[in-house]
Design a protein around this ligand. Structure first.
Ligand code: THU
Length: 132
């Protein structure tokens, strides 16, 4: 399954809209059905409006009618070989809410030495709806 997710992420990364940073990121989310939903980073001249690949992919899942329980795992990819596409803090927080603390996130670049982490290890002591 890793190979299929990587292939989908590589293909999606070509669609990354990143004229300002030139840093292409993509995200592939595996669904229970076996389908894969992808996301890309989409930048804006007003920089702060940029959306990261991970949130793009998660929002696409929800906009397509899928919820936490339908999502199995996530892979984040960049075509660079000199840096790993570790997810930003905002994406980690959104993963807690929309993806799940016990799920695996695989991070990989063009050197293809993947690293896999649980969401709960990427964002310990996260803020959740249970705190409200
Ligand atoms: N980026 C992501 O897509 N995901 C992250 O978790 C970190 C950063 C994007 C946003 C921006 O387009 C580019 O990488 C450089 O920050």
């Amino acid at each position: 399954m890793y190979e299929r997710m990587l292939e989908a992420a590589k293909k999606a990364s070509e669609l990354s809209y990143s004229p300002y940073s030139s840093y292409k990121v993509s995200c592939a989310i595996l669904l229970k059905s076996g389908n894969i939903i992808t996301g890309i980073n989409i930048e804006n001249a007003a920089y702060s409006l940029t959306i990261c690949a991970e949130r793009c992919a998660l929002f696409r899942c929800y906009a397509s009618g899928y919820k936490k329980d339908d999502l199995v795992s996530m892979l984040i990819y960049t075509n660079r070989s000199d840096s790993m596409p570790y997810p930003c803090g905002s994406c980690r927080q959104v993963m807690v809410e929309l993806f799940g603390l016990d799920k695996d996130v695989t991070i990989v670049n063009d050197k293809e030495r993947p690293e896999t982490y649980k969401v709960k290890d990427l964002i310990p002591m996260s803020f959740t709806k249970e705190h409200l």
